[in-house]
Design a binder for this molecule. Sequence first.
Ligand SMILES: C[S@@+](CC[C@H](N)C(=O)[O-])C[C@H]1O[C@@H](n2cnc3c(N)ncnc32)[C@H](O)[C@@H]1O
Length: 240
Amino acid sequence: MIRNQDTPGALLDPTDVRGMFDRIVQRYDLMNRLMTGGRDVAWRREAARIAIGSGADRGMDVATGTGDLAFELHRQGIPLVAGIDFSGGMLRAAESKRLSAGTKGVTFVQGDAMHLPFPDATFDALTIAWGLRNLPDYAAGIQELARVLRPEGRLVILEMTPLQNPLLRRAFDLYFQNAVPVIGGIISGDWQAYRYLPESVGAFPPAVELAGMMRGAGLRNVRYKLVGGGTVALHIGIRN
Ligand SMILES: C[S@@+](CC[C@H](N)C(=O)[O-])C[C@H]1O[C@@H](n2cnc3c(N)ncnc32)[C@H](O)[C@@H]1O
């Protein structure tokens, strides 16, 4: 169901978002590799590196999906990492990866990013990759992420961002709005999910606006770096 929005947030209701990710989980990782030419792996690696900074004891990856960024935070040195998601299907896939790799320092938790089941100031590194765009209220979601960050802790948001150059945007939209739904539809069997993806990116606020929301949530040194030819942004902020 399309949401009636009075604050900037996802185009779909949370229940529909969860159902959609439960349906596409089988081919989710494969579709990511195909759509980004495998670059998503390097972007997650960079997100983890920035979130860790000079070191972190406790990390969390929110909207973790199949868990890749949670594993990356652990691989890069955080001893205890939580991965949280509200989709049972995605979490089962993440847990099965964890079991086959025998990873001990990562725990997956089912929960809502809008109401994280952790006390204030619990984590010193927080990441969310391609998850914020699916939350019902972006500003409130960022505030909830900031709430569980310790002072000096780092938040990294990895997310699609609307291209600012109109010519490049038209060229990218041709690929994104036409090819992605077809490839996604054929590979995942879920045409609706891969139509929602370009629609949700088209409606997503520009990086400067998101930076404003991060400052409004009590984060400082807010900045962002564009990757993927300007189609993806790594947003960074430090908790006051
Ligand atoms: C596009 S996937 C990203 C998965 C993963 N972060 C990655 O890097 O591939 C978005 C994920 O956000 C999760 N999600 C969306 N809204 C959520 C919410 N309110 N609370 C928890 N998880 C949510 C979905 O279940 C899905 O697994």
